[in-house]
Design a protein around this ligand. Structure first.
Ligand SMILES: NC(=O)c1ccc[n+]([C@@H]2O[C@H](COP(=O)([O-])OP(=O)(O)OC[C@H]3O[C@@H](n4cnc5c(N)ncnc54)[C@H](O)[C@@H]3O)[C@@H](O)[C@H]2O)c1
Length: 433
């Protein structure tokens, strides 16, 4: 099938390449010429495991190409919409300007029997408004909402073998067309839920709100653990054995970040207020506040471990991205902690396997090094803020030999406290006795 993907960022580039893998004839459109140039050369414009191989395969097969010209999408039967929906600059709401811009432009070029399929995360009610927009612009194209649940770091596998497919449609024929697109995915028995626009939009928002709440719940328990001498990791293991609770997403630390969870829970709160249902999701304000407090807590621990001030003290920050196996530093707790420590006058040396380029754009004032060893050399404190495998696997004896004084804050609770203490470290986790 001829398919276009509008917006080739973390979601869209992977989706376009995955659609080509499924045998479709795909054009990816993005307004960012530099991104399109890279993608066209088979080079991933961001770090995502497995994407370079998928891009090369698609381009080599002749089934995948990229363009800045929306006219190149005109012949497609299905147009996936994967543009960004960031937080508005001065409010909690979602900025829909890219969605509106893309739909207005599509209305001018798409065939009347084509289907526009929203994948971006949008406030409930958006899809209905987009249909009105299409009709006002004189387009008869149909619209469906097919929210995306991929996790950065696992985006390729999550796109090709998702947990479930959700279609928000106004017409059964549109669901049938989506079944054709995903025929090979569905053949593996993946559940498919066909519903209306509002439910499909809300499924995505609700899923992110639930995950954020689960993380903030365990981080709230970490705060109580800190006040009582309890250990939040043991607590999480113990409650996680209850199948109704489950252990996943119960890791206390410096909380969630990235281009999705923080802005999505804020946009949900803003949308609920518009709907006169502010009280229904008022708890999400607490979820957000608990999350942000954990970054402060990591900074406070650094001050405490260094005897009352970080001013002029040498601190190694291990990690900058919001999670491992991604180069994404959008709303990254790790980068925030690095910037806060720098703001307090610390001599921060920050490192990350993939995130330095993006981090430098946001915080050019920080001192970056690609080598963890360089970051740790002569440091008086190490702060592990993104749980990359190479930091989890650090040998405490070796790290102690590099540092001026062996102090570590394990802000993701991924190190073994006993072995770090045995190597002479003053070890502090978050919410750990
Ligand atoms: N990143 C994720 O893990 C993820 C997961 C699920 C859902 N989402 C949702 O997917 C959407 C996209 O997220 P992302 O992380 O890929 O964002 P992103 O910023 O990486 O990518 C968005 C892309 O859209 C392009 N764009 C903007 N306007 C355009 C237009 N009119 N025509 C063509 N291209 C245009 C931008 O240049 C950019 O490359 C958001 O709504 C997000 O919430 C993201």
């Amino acid at each position: 099938m001829k398919i276009s993907v509008i917006g080739c960022g973390y979601l869209g580039a992977v989706h376009a390449a995955a659609m080509a893998r499924l045998g479709h004839d795909v054009v990816g459109i993005d307004t960012d010429a530099a991104k399109v140039e890279k993608l066209s050369a088979g080079v991933a414009p961001f770090f995502e495991p497995g994407l370079p191989e998928l891009l090369s395969e698609g381009i080599g097969s002749g089934r995948l190409r990229f363009s800045t010209d929306l006219a190149d999408a005109a012949g497609a039967r299905v147009h996936f919409l994967a543009v960004g929906t960031p937080q508005l600059p001065n409010s909690d709401g979602a900025d829909l300007r890219y969605v509106h811009g893309a739909v207005d432009a599509l209305a001018r070029v798409v065939a009347p029997d084509s289907l526009i399929v929203g994948k971006s995360t949008v406030p409930v009610g958006t899809a209905g408004g987009l249909v009105d927009r299409l009709r006002t612009a004189g387009s008869r194209a149909a619209l469906a909402w097919n929210p995306e649940f991929l996790r950065e770091g696992f985006a390729v596998a999550d796109t090709l073998t998702p947990d479930r497919l959700v279609y928000g449609v106004a017409d059964a024929d549109d669901a049938a067309l989506l079944d054709e697109v995903y025929v090979d995915v569905l053949a593996t028995g993946i559940p498919r839920i066909v519903t209306d626009y509002a439910t499909a939009e809300l499924v995505k928002t609700a899923a992110n709100a639930f995950l954020a709440t689960k993380i903030s719940f365990i981080n709230a328990m970490a705060e109580i653990a800190e006040a009582t001498g309890a250990d939040v990791t043991t607590l999480a293991d113990a409650i996680g054995h209850d199948a109704r609770i489950g252990r996943r997403f119960l890791n206390a630390g410096i909380g969630f970040g990235g281009g999705c969870l923080p802005k999505d829970i804020r946009a949900f709160t803003a949308r609920a207020e518009e709907l006169g249902r502010a009280e229904s999701v008022a708890f999400l304000r607490q979820v957000d506040a608990i999350n942000l407090r954990r970054r402060e807590r990591a900074v406070d621990l650094a001050v405490e471990l260094l005897g009352g001030s970080v001013f002029e003290r040498r601190i190694a920050v291990l990690g900058l991205t919001f999670k491992p196996d991604s180069d994404d530093t959008r709303d990254s707790p790790a980068l925030d902690v690095a910037a806060r420590l720098h703001g307090l006058g610390a001599r921060v040396r920050a490192t990350d396997p993939e995130g330095i380029g993006n981090a430098r754009l946001r915080h050019p004032q920080l001192d970056y090094t690609t080598s963890a060893e360089e970051a740790l050399r002569d440091a008086e404190l190490a702060v592990l803020v993104t749980e990359w495998r190479e930091y989890r696997d650090l040998d405490p004896e070796r790290v102690a030999g590099l540092m001026a004084t062996p102090r570590v804050i394990d802000a993701r609770n991924v190190l073994d406290p006993a072995s770090w203490r045995a190597a002479g470290f003053a070890y502090r986790g978050l919410g750990r006795s």
